[in-house]
Design a protein around this ligand. Structure first.
Ligand SMILES: NC(=O)C1=CN([C@@H]2O[C@H](COP(=O)(O)OP(=O)(O)OC[C@H]3O[C@@H](n4cnc5c(N)ncnc54)[C@H](OP(=O)(O)O)[C@@H]3O)[C@@H](O)[C@H]2O)C=CC1
Ligand SMILES: CC(C)(CO)C(=O)C(=O)O
Length: 351
């Protein structure tokens, strides 16, 4: 009989904190890989559904039902053994308090990886320390409306991650997180995770809140006359903001250096790569899902950062400012997402 090969990941205690659309799917893949993983979420009905029936992951060609170990937030205080690795898969706006919640349950040499959109890595580092922080770019496209059920539109061959240390003290440990995420999709280890995350933010500024304002799936919204041009302007402002902050242009989504350097249409390349490779015609963004569930969105952590970066350098980002303004009106209940908003968006954005 072959001896059992115990890999380092197999002996690690792992938590997925925030087991929503992406977290439940990641937790299911890690569970299927035989790893010691628990999923923690604050939606009671969702946790109960996963406990009763497993996590149901509906993908285009396959549906999995995975018997995950799901916990409510209030169970955290019952945990006895600290975690080696916490994958934080909450929304960006839940980063700080989620880290504060889990920090007492993290090993002294444990790691927290922010598997999120937005520039969350430094917030994580402020709470758990830079030597225990790994930043991450995530590209899995998924939706969740019913407890226990994820609609994962990008199965593992179409899911992509980049991981990197935020500080020299954590360099060399990226592989520990990459080894987990390789069970979920393709993973690249990068030197400059802040720059990689800003490149993702360029894609997010192009697509997420912009299309959600029209209340439509992304691909449909991008076909509304005038919308694609507006989305590209939004992304370009984000790309320019990255340059103002000194972030180099880096390939993401599996693109190569030459794909991103030998083009003056970088934002368009990112948009077309996302729409062709990672999403389905009916994919609604994570932002639109938030609004459909009556929650606020990550707009401050995405478009808001673009506006702030330009302002710090004495400039403006009119499209992103318009996006933030309309998102606020929607979140206050003064405006409903819908295709009619294109005119308002264009006029506020100046054109
Ligand atoms: N969905 C997608 O297609 C993509 C999403 N992303 C990014 O991935 C991240 C996660 O997004 P997504 O999975 O869509 O988000 P979801 O809202 O579906 O999932 C997040 C879950 O975390 C829960 N939560 C919040 N705080 C805590 C906490 N402290 N402890 C435990 N659970 C908590 C939320 O509960 P509650 O519902 O009560 O708030 C929710 O169930 C975001 O940054 C998003 O932008 C990136 C690429 C694609
Ligand atoms: C997949 C998509 C566009 C949908 O929510 C997304 O959230 C992202 O690319 O970050």
């Amino acid at each position: 009989m072959e001896p059992v090969r115990v890999t380092s990941s197999q002996s690690k205690k792992i938590a997925v904190l925030g087991a929503g659309a992406n977290g439940a799917s990641i937790g299911a893949d890690l569970t299927r890989a035989g790893l010691d993983v628990v999923l923690i979420d604050q939606w009671p009905a969702h946790v109960e559904a996963m406990r009763a029936h497993g996590a149901r992951i509906e993908m285009p060609d396959e549906t999995l039902t995975v018997p995950v170990r799901a916990h409510h937030l209030c169970d955290v205080c019952t945990f006895r053994e600290p975690f080696d690795i916490v994958l934080l898969v909450t929304k960006a706006y839940d980063t700080r308090w989620s880290c504060q919640l889990i920090e007492p349950y993290l090993k002294a040499d444990g790691l927290v990886a922010g598997v999120q959109n937005g520039m969350t890595a430094d917030t994580i580092a402020e709470v758990v320390g830079p030597r225990r922080t790994i930043g991450c770019v995530i590209e899995i496209s998924s939706m969740m409306f019913d407890p226990g059920v994820v609609q994962r539109h990008s199965p593992p061959p179409r899911s992509w991650f980049a991981v990197g240390a935020v500080a020299p003290e954590a360099k060399g440990r990226e592989g520990e997180v990459a080894d987990l995420l390789r069970r979920v999709g393709t993973v690249e280890i990068v030197d400059d995770i802040r720059a990689a995350k800003w490149m993702k933010l360029v894609s997010n500024a192009t697509t997420l809140v912009t299309t959600a304002i029209l209340g439509m799936p992304m691909i449909e919204a991008a076909r509304v006359p005038g919308m694609r041009e507006l989305m590209l302007r939004s992304g370009q402002e984000a790309l320019d903001a990255g340059a103002l902050q000194g972030h180099p242009v880096l390939p993401i989504f599996g693109l190569t250096e030459s794909d991103v350097r030998q083009t003056n249409r970088l934002v368009e390349v990112l948009l077309d790569t996302l729409l062709a490779g990672f999403v389905l015609p009916h994919t609604k963004t994570t932002v639109l899902q938030d609004w459909m569930k009556g929650r606020h969105s990550e707009v401050d952590d995405l478009n808001g950062l673009v506006v702030a970066a330009h302002a710090r350098h004495g400039g403006a980002a009119p499209v992103n400012a318009a996006v933030v303004e309309l998102a606020r009106r929607i979140e206050r209940g003064d405006l409903a997402p819908g295709p009619q908003n294109i005119d308002l968006l264009r006029s506020l954005a100046g054109g």
